[in-house]
Design a protein around this ligand. Sequence first.
Ligand SMILES: [Zn+2]
Ligand SMILES: [Zn+2]
Length: 247
Amino acid sequence: MDLKVLGSSSKGNCYILENDTEALIIECGVNIKDIKKALDFSFNKVSGCILTHEHKDHSFSLIDLLKAGVDVYASKGTFKALGYKQHHRIKHIAANTLFQVGSFKVLPFAIQHDCVEPLGFIINHPETGNILFITDSYYVSNKFRNINNIIIEANFSEGIIQKRVEDGKLPEFLQDRIFTSHMSIETTLKTLEANDLSQVNNIVLIHLSDGNSNADQFKSAVESQTGKRVHVADAGLVIENFNKKPF
Ligand SMILES: [Zn+2]
Ligand SMILES: [Zn+2]
């Protein structure tokens, strides 16, 4: 399985898990043209799209995906916030209730963000094993077992933010908003530390903030703590062999 990153920031988030026969879209916060292009202009092998929450940088192309005949899975709260009640392509999902999209089994769990009913996912596929997917959450209390690959937010550094507030470059209310909606690299490291990583092959850091993060520092901090293969997501990144076994 390959993991393609189409966007990973407050400008737009979209990831595609893809092999020769099927594809799962995670988030649709980029232009539909980019999604089509990444799929070689065919939705034939798309099993569905799973969506964490309603913010535009995650949901921008929802209507276009529905029009293209793609089933989209999200919480009732997310669809309500987006103004959708019913559509035959809309599939309601809920925390702690397993569902299946093609060959992908997905277990959603509740996360902490400034929106209605956000979810994180454990995505299981025979090739990839269990993938932990967490974005837009300032904190995650769950413990996860038997994880093979991790895609996790590292939005900002607490130190960088505090310095920018002190220097008058960032208003304090924005600092407070960021601290209670997005995951700091410090929290990412604690979250990784709290879980058994013995079976993990890849850690992908996502949704880095433009002004409040440092990609090189984040990558090396996670590498030195975990000893794992660490990637920083950016539009255009493709990770091949995003699998249970490294090769
Ligand atoms: Zn976001
Ligand atoms: Zn958000």
